[in-house]
Structures are given as C-alpha cells and as structure tokens.
Write a protein that binds this ligand. Structure first.
Ligand SMILES: Nc1ncnc2c1ncn2[C@@H]1O[C@H](COP(=O)(O)OP(=O)(O)OP(=O)(O)O)[C@@H](O)[C@H]1O
Ligand SMILES: [Mg+2]
Length: 325
C-alpha cells in the first residue's frame, strides 16, 4: 500500500437481514452497501455524495467498525480493522472519529458541555482532572467558542454552536481521520458555511484527513479534493472535484448536476434538465445489471443484464457505465 494512503477500503459490503413471521426468519437482505472500494490519502478530503438511503451512513459505520461489515476489508495505516478484535479496536478509536448529522440528538442533554468534550479523553485514558479541563478550554477556543461555556448545558446553545461542540468532542482524542456525516444538513444555510470553513481550517491546522458525507453536490465539491458518487449501495463515479464538476461521465451524476440551477445566468438559460423517471428502487431487490438502469436516460440492453464494473477511464477518474465500454 503506498505511503500516502491513510485508509483503503476494498470490496466492502453491508447486508442487513430482513426478518418476518412468527419465527423471525430471514427472508431477504437490505443491500445497504454493496461492494465499494476506495482509498483516502493522508490530508485529503474525500467527499461521499448520493441521495437519501443510498448507503452513505452505513458505509461510514462499517468503515469505522461501529458495525462489522458483511464482507470486505478496511485498512487504516495498513492495519486491517475488519480483523482487529473489539478490544484492540477500542484503542484504535482515538485515531478515527465521527461527527454526526444532528447536533440536537448527538449530545447528552444532562451532561455539561465540558463533560461531553472530556468524556472521550477519559474513556481512552488520555487526560483527566485539571489536565482534561485545561484541554476542554483549548478545544472550545479551537472551534470558536468561549472556554467558559464548559459549565453550561447543550440546551443553552444554537444548532451551529452545538455542532462546534460535537467537533470539539471528536477532536479531543487527537484523531488523524474524521468522518463528517452530513455535519451541516440540519443547520440554517447561514450557519452552514461557517461550520464548513471551521472544518477546513481545523483540517489544515491539525493535518486531518476527512471523509465528508453529504447529499449536497455543491457543498461536497466545495470541501473535497476528490468525490465518490453513490447510487443504491454502489460507487458509480469517483474522481477529483474538478473531474466530477467539469466532466461528469455517469448519467446519474450528469442528472444530479442538471437539477441544480447555474449561478451564471447565460449558462442557466441553456441548462438542459435531465429529469429522472421513477423512484430509487429498493435496496432489498436492486435491479439486475446496472442499478441505475431503471432510471437511466441512456439505458441499453446490456445495462439490464451485466453489471458495469468501476473502471478507470482517465487517470484518477473511475466510472461504472457501459456507455464507455
Ligand atoms: N440497521 C438497519 N437495518 C436495516 N436496514 C438498514 C439499517 N440501517 C440502514 N438500513 C437501510 O440501508 C439503506 C441505506 O441507509 P443509510 O442510512 O446508510 O443511507 P444514507 O445514504 O446515509 O441516507 P441519508 O442521506 O438519508 O442519511 C436504507 O435503505 C436503509 O433503510
Ligand atoms: Mg445518512
């Protein structure tokens, strides 16, 4: 594995059993994540974008081993997390942290802000007592809050402030890799940019590596170095943010872009909207062949029969589509 790769995900799958009847027999599986592979380089932000239900959060959970994957491997700094026993994983958890979508439910309302930020440090034996309080003060200031907020409760803070607290908590154990799972989607638009810019600044100051999850293509493109596009449990396209924006190749990604208004009025006038027919199919019974075949404006016979593999079509640009066979 090249030195600059921090995280390597290979053929990762997560199937959830669907049970029914009196005996609770498993009669099907939700294929939430179905064979995805990607690398994340040290110091970069990889964006993961796709519609609701396509498997982004599941991917995050199995990458971190908060849930064990059905199949596949996750290497962090060359160490195979999928074969690391739970006990040993605990100490590795300081290296990888997650910032959740909803700052209203992710903080315990009965715990002071200071206690919430100090908790991971105590759990991992990094700091306690006076040393921990000192570090809490530093962390609060690092995320743009007053160090004297430590004694207050989450209910006294706005959504944006709570998300800053969530970020301070995640950073308290000095992680090198942080997954941001829709960290801004529950916040007011006016606050979103502040949090994204805070995440960017912290990345530079602390040398962090991010997996940034969102359904907002523009936001992902703004914050990421490279972007992976997911559809129904699969990665359909992966490339630098420039490739994803200037040369989208998968018809799904082209449709996502076409749905967004252009800031430039001339380009907005000539924008051709690709309207996708139908709904996203169920991950319990995904379509044969290409998963996008039921909605693809360019569908061909082969698409309904053969699943297109993710292939590199130009250096650093991978696409899973039969149009380029
Ligand atoms: N514990 C579970 N048991 C069964 N099915 C699950 C479970 N967790 C998620 N799923 C299903 O797996 C699929 C992927 O869900 P996931 O939450 O990963 O999507 P997502 O891309 O994060 O969506 P969103 O943008 O809404 O957060 C969905 O169909 C979901 O219903
Ligand atoms: Mg999610």
């Amino acid at each position: 594995m090249p030195d600059q790769v921090l995280l390597r995900v290979t053929n990762l799958k997560k199937y959830y059993p669907v049970k029914s009847g009196l005996l609770q027999r498993v009669h099907a599986h939700v294929k939430a994540v179905d064979d995805i592979s990607f690398d994340i380089y040290k110091g970069e932000t990889l964006g993961l974008v796709g519609e609701s239900g396509c498997g982004k959060t599941t991917a995050a959970r199995v990458v971190l081993q908060l849930q064990r994957p059905t199949e596949g491997t996750v290497l962090l700094n060359g160490q195979n997390l999928t074969q690391t026993p739970d006990k040993e994983l605990r100490s590795l958890r300081t290296q990888m942290q997650i910032i959740f979508q909803n700052p209203y439910t992710s903080l315990n309302p009965r715990m002071t802000v200071g206690a919430a930020i100090a908790e991971p440090m105590q759990v991992h034996g990094i700091a306690k007592g006076r040393e921990a309080s000192e570090r809490v003060g530093e962390l609060l200031e690092m995320v743009g809050l007053n160090r004297y907020f430590a004694g207050r409760y989450p209910s006294e803070f706005s959504g944006g402030q709570r998300q800053r607290i969530g970020i301070a908590r995640a950073l308290s154990v000095n992680p090198s890799f942080v997954i941001c799972d829709e960290p801004i989607s529950s916040l007011d638009v006016s606050i979103q940019a502040q949090i994204v810019n805070l995440l960017k600044r912290l990345q530079q100051d602390l040398g962090l590596t991010y997996l940034f999850i969102s359904h907002d293509l523009r936001m992902v493109r703004y914050i990421s170095n490279r972007v992976a596009v997911m559809y129904l449990g699969k990665i359909v396209e992966l490339g630098t943010n420039k490739m994803i924006a200037d040369n989208p190749m998968h018809p799904y990604l082209q449709a996502l872009w076409s749905a967004l208004p252009m800031p430039d009025p001339d380009r907005e006038k000539t924008r051709e909207r690709i309207v996708l027919r139908g709904d996203v199919p169920s991950p319990i019974n995904p379509p044969q062949g290409c998963r996008f075949c039921t909605r693809c404006p360019s569908v061909m016979q082969i698409c309904r029969e053969v699943e297109p593999p993710l292939r590199e079509l130009e250096p650093g640009h991978q696409v899973a589509c039969h149009l380029y066979d």
